[in-house]
Design a protein around this ligand. Structure first.
Ligand code: PEP
Ligand code: MG
Length: 583
């Protein structure tokens, strides 16, 4: 039966494929694709684990004391019966051989399918057998853990949560459906195995959504019922433009979306022609288009999209999912150098670690440890609470700066005392390198303006820093008191709220007046519906995911910046900017 699930549109485009539902059960296992030549070994691994459990249960039965309750024997019989079920074995073999799932993934996928069948049964006794099945599967999984796969996953999985390591997937386009995905999980998608993804939780500028946009694959988040309503292997259409997921589409709907998918591709091809066109407004104003990246290797996509530098390298992605084993100075230095090399001499803005809130270092760091993680130990606060780690990062960045143009950006500053502590740490990092006699380069210093307090005291920031970068994602979150990752308040997360626009306008004006560089690196910079307004407010530097650069450039080429100025002031001074913006 065809039905639609609504969520938030976070990454453009249309994806059509079969659902891969990542179970959010208590049995968290690694998920990875095997190669076709590994199928037999993987099937054998599943079979051996199952046989080992059968032997174990038989032994238990034989050794059962005479006075043990009869129910126990009967229960073991049920478990043995489930284990020996040919249909189960067959289904697991199919997931492995046809989808190239690893054995654990195949087993939990089938468990989920059977569990749903149990849930739908009228007979209470039979419904309760679901628990037995889960116990049996858990036993098999334990045996598999003991007998490690001969095929090691291509990426070390993070602890807990859906763990994905992706390589060599099958031919059918696959769409990932999960309750939640951490930004670290999302990074593992970079190999583009999935054609799209859907999560039940998350907001438009949650970091998970941001990573999806950076990969340029259609995505819908906050589709609350998705992981309950969508079944393994269902055909799905993700409409990332509208935030809709269509489950089990009819051939007519499929044809319609196939058509729209081709239209989107044509539009992309058309935009690609703008790559070498200089980014100038109609009245000749030069506008700098920079890239936001998460990993050193992302530089290639940035150059391909015509970026003239990196405006935001979210360095925290180097630190995530490493079970506390953080990268040292040397490893970071190499990563920053790689990013610089990738940008072929163009400037790279490296932002120091911004972890906490919806970017946990590890799954082990509980998200809700504090009542308001977004207001807690995040970003620069984290760095200033662990100055040894902070200076390790600063030294690595300074050393990389000996090889190219590096700009150093600090996240979430709000207090003058934080600015001074931060700069003191930088001086200390420089003298540590001096003592060691290690070469390092000069860097321009910048601050993110992403807390209303910082926007309101922008002139103080301008005294300390060479450049500013407005982080609208957090600026909106903190101005409107809306958790950017919470889909239940996503409708109130409004980039066009007059209070947000006034803060953005004032920061741009103050920086321009002081003759300092000013950029926007939040998602607002890549939103084509905001391009004209930002130009009218005097912004000449935009930093966004490479996938958005050409669409924004198209808006710039069509804009007359001088004519936009008075209109932009009217929008900012209006009580309902959205209405004016639409005209
Ligand atoms: C922002 O807050 O706008 C920003 C660019 O930083 P992040 O999204 O990484 O918090
Ligand atoms: Mg931010």
């Amino acid at each position: 039966m065809t039905f639609a699930i609504h969520g938030l549109a976070v990454s453009r485009g249309i994806a059509i494929g079969r659902a891969v539902v990542v179970a959010s059960s208590r049995m968290e296992v690694v998920h990875y694709f095997i190669r076709p030549d590994q199928v037999e070994a993987e099937i054998a691994r599943a079979r051996n684990a199952r046989n080992a459990v059968i032997d174990e249960l038989r032994r238990l039965q034989e050794e059962m004391p005479k006075d043990a309750p009869g129910e126990l024997d009967a229960l073991l019989d049920v478990h043995l019966m489930l284990l020996q079920d040919q249909a189960l074995a067959e289904a697991i073999r199919n997931w492995i051989s046809e989808r190239l799932y690893n054995a654990e993934w195949a087993l939990t996928t089938q468990l989920e399918i059977i569990s749903r069948q149990f849930d739908e049964m009228d007979d209470e006794y039979l419904r309760e057998r679901k628990a037995d099945l889960e116990q049996v599967v858990e036993r098999i999984l334990r045996h598999m853990k003991g007998a490690a796969s001969p095929i090691s996953p291509p990426m070390a999985p993070a602890e807990g949560g859906p763990q994905l390591a992706l390589e060599g997937a099958s031919e059918t386009p696959l769409v990932l459906v999960a309750q939640d995905l951490s930004p670290a999980d999302m990074l593992q998608f970079k190999s583009k195995v999935f054609a799209g993804f859907i999560t039940a939780v998350g907001g438009k500028t949650s970091h998970t959504a941001i990573v999806a946009r950076s990969m340029d694959i259609p995505a819908v988040v906050g589709a609350r019922a998705a992981s309950q309503l969508i079944r393994q292997d269902d055909w799905l259409i993700i409409d990332g433009n509208e935030g809709v997921v269509i489950v089990d589409p009819t051939p007519m709907i499929l044809a319609e979306y196939g058509f729209r998918q081709r239209q989107n591709e044509l539009e992309r091809e058309r935009l690609a022609r703008l790559r070498f066109t200089p980014s100038l407004t109609m009245d000749g104003q030069k506008v700098e288009l920079l890239a936001n990246i998460e990993q050193p290797s992302d530089g290639a996509a940035a150059v391909r999209a015509g970026a003239v530098g990196v405006g935001l390298f979210r360095s925290e992605f180097l630190f995530m999912g490493r079970s506390g084993n953080l990268p040292g100075e040397e490893e970071q230095y190499r990563a920053y150098r790689e990013a610089l090399n990738g940008m072929q001499g163009m400037p790279v803005t490296i932002r120091t670690l911004d972890v906490g809130a919806d970017k946990p270092l590890d799954k082990a760091q509980p998200k809700d440890y504090y009542l308001n993680p977004a207001l807690g130990l995040r970003a620069i606060r984290w760095s200033l609470a662990d100055t040894a780690m902070f200076r390790t990062q600063l030294r690595a960045i300074l050393r990389a700066a000996a090889h190219g143009q590096v700009k150093l950006l600090f996240p979430m500053l709000a207090h003058r005392s934080e600015i001074e502590q931060t700069l003191a740490q930088l001086r200390q990092a420089q003298s540590e390198l001096d003592v060691r006699g290690v070469a390092y380069g000069q860097v321009k210093l910048g601050a993110m303006i992403e807390i209303p307090a910082a926007a309101l005291m922008v002139r103080t920031f301008l005294r300390y820093f060479d450049f500013l970068s407005i982080g609208t994602n957090d600026l909106i979150q903190y101005t409107l008191a809306i958790d950017r990752a919470d889909e239940s308040v996503a409708h109130l997360y409004d980039p066009m709220h007059p209070a947000v626009l006034r803060l953005v306008a004032e920061v741009i004006a103050a920086a321009n007046e002081a003759g300092k560089e000013i950029s926007v690196c939040g998602e607002m910079a890549g939103d084509v519906s905001m391009t004209r307004l930002l130009l009218g407010l005097g912004l000449r530097s935009f930093s966004m995911h490479p996938a958005q650069i050409l669409a924004v450039k198209q808006e710039i080429l069509r804009a007359d910046a001088s004519k936009l100025e008075p209109w932009a002031q009217d929008v900012v001074n209006s009580d309902s900017p959205a209405e004016l913006l639409a005209h």
